[in-house]
Design a protein around this ligand. Structure first.
Ligand SMILES: [Zn+2]
Length: 233
């Protein structure tokens, strides 16, 4: 249960005025977030158990769209999926004011801080590119819609960000360590070293020898800071 009484009016205003526009939520993501909020925080609970299939049916979405929306809300930090199983998801909801990416001031909507992201060039090296939606988008834009690993082109909404050096091995959230990739590569790579994963793709026939060569070189370029997100992100 939540400790303090929820201010529903403020919550609603934060959601509509700040959270949704600032995170760039789609109509479907808004619907999913709003529904989950209703059955968690608004009902006085921080955590919520739900089945994607039932969620999809209630909102009139396809199961794939509902699943994708939950995944993206998780990626944006609007909620945290704690457990996934056949019976459903267990998620912990975040109040808009607790979502790092939007950083509300004490007064709610009016206290929102300035432009999302856009650090000066001098701080590029220290910027946490998972911090805001705009910064994440800058990494996706750099790869121009192609998976960094397998080069496959997939729609932007089915791309994820991957740590080349996994977080468990202390990989940073730097533009030198984050790449945009397809969800298949994202889940298959796991905690493996990126060069090994690229060689696996080559053995599976997903990359040609020439492509493997360019990807291995791209990895080196990335670590060396040569693959900067475009200016003005
Ligand atoms: Zn891929």
């Amino acid at each position: 249960m939540l400790n303090k009484k929820l201010n529903a009016k403020l919550l609603w205003m934060q959601f509509e005025d700040v959270l949704a526009p600032r995170l760039g939520l789609t109509v479907k993501e808004r619907a999913v977030y709003s529904y989950l909020l209703r059955h968690s925080l608004v009902a006085g609970k921080l955590r919520l158990q739900f089945a994607v299939m039932a969620l999809a049916r209630t909102l009139g979405l396809s199961i794939g769209a509902a699943r994708q929306a939950v995944r993206r809300l998780d990626e944006l930090g609007a909620l945290r999926v704690l457990k996934r199983s056949k019976t459903g998801h267990l998620a912990e909801m975040r109040l808009p004011e607790k979502i790092r990416a939007i950083r509300l001031g004490k007064n709610g909507a009016s206290g929102a801080t300035g432009a999302a992201g856009e650090p000066p060039a001098s701080t590029l090296e220290t910027t946490d590119f998972l911090k805001t939606w705009a910064l994440r988008k800058a990494i996706h834009d750099r790869e121009r819609g192609a998976c960094f690993y397998c080069l496959r082109r997939t729609p932007a909404n089915v791309h994820g960000l991957d740590h080349v050096v996994p977080r468990v091995r202390f990989g940073r959230n730097s533009y030198r360590n984050l790449v945009s990739c397809c969800l298949e590569c994202n889940s298959r790579k796991g905690d493996r070293a990126a060069p090994d994963f690229l060689r696996t793709l080559y053995r599976l026939g997903r990359l040609t020898a020439a492509e493997l060569d360019t990807r291995l070189r791209a990895l080196k370029g990335l670590a060396a800071g040569k693959l900067r997100p475009s200016p003005g992100f």
